[in-house]
Design a protein around this ligand. Structure first.
Ligand code: FMN
Length: 207
């Protein structure tokens, strides 16, 4: 049985703790090689999945034309959501994506299996949760390669599928902007700017 040392546990903690969501105010103009992108994507395939269904699918987006279209959709959705945050003027000042500034974007989709999936009979969304596990593997692996990832969810999945020519059998789970960054902040940016406070373990334990 493979056993890990205390040093390796410390390294894992360092990677987990220093992972950040990277946005356009931090990405730099340096290409992520296909070799590095493959390492990131292959880490996704090692994620746990309900009934070993491995329901993840990836669309790699490098063309400026597609990125521009996706960015336009983000902008529209972002402006539309101003109303929801009327009482939080800070919202309008936040940079919440890095679609054009990042080297490569990856849209991550879930596809429902045609056969019954072990473990998914009662918790129908377990397949989607599995795709989130895959995304998190990518996020941590990228961090270990000193590459940043930013997750963008202020977009309309239907529009994104259309731009990327992906059929409606595939459900968009995450839209990721991947690239080198000038900085990995020591704390979440939304914490630093005072959007929300950090919870501690006690806050999260149900009594
Ligand atoms: C499901 C999901 C969706 C997110 N969507 C966005 C987004 O649309 N724009 C953005 O700037 N950050 C987005 N984030 C990043 C979070 O804001 C970020 O993870 C959080 O503020 C904590 O910061 P950290 O990831 O740097 O530790 C998303 C994160 C998750 C997990």
């Amino acid at each position: 049985m493979l056993k890990f040392s205390k040093e390796e546990l410390d390294t894992l903690d360092k990677i987990i703790s220093s992972r950040r969501d990277i946005r356009g105010n931090n990405f730099i103009d340096k290409e992520v090689s296909n070799k590095k992108l493959k390492i990131i994507l292959e880490s996704a395939l090692k994620a746990p999945s309900v009934g070993y269904s491995q329901p993840w699918h990836f669309k790699i987006v490098k063309s400026d034309k597609q990125k521009n279209k996706i960015y336009k959709n983000f902008k529209k959705s972002y402006i539309k959501s101003f109303k929801k945050f009327e009482d939080r003027p800070l919202y309008k000042k936040l940079k919440l994506e890095g679609i054009k500034e990042s080297s490569v974007n990856v849209a991550v989709f879930y596809k429902k299996s045609h056969k019954e999936v072990l473990g998914q009979t009662y918790m129908k969304r377990s397949g989607e949760y599995s795709v989130v596990c895959a995304i998190h593997n990518m996020w941590l692996t990228a961090r270990a390669l000193n590459i940043g990832i930013g997750w963008v969810s202020i977009i309309k999945p239907k529009k994104i599928r259309k731009v990327l020519n992906v059929s409606n059998e595939y459900k968009l789970i995450g839209y990721l902007c991947i690239g080198y960054t000038k900085n990995f902040l020591d704390e979440p940016e939304l914490k630093k700017v005072g959007w929300d406070k950090e919870k501690n373990l006690q806050d999260c334990i149900l009594k």
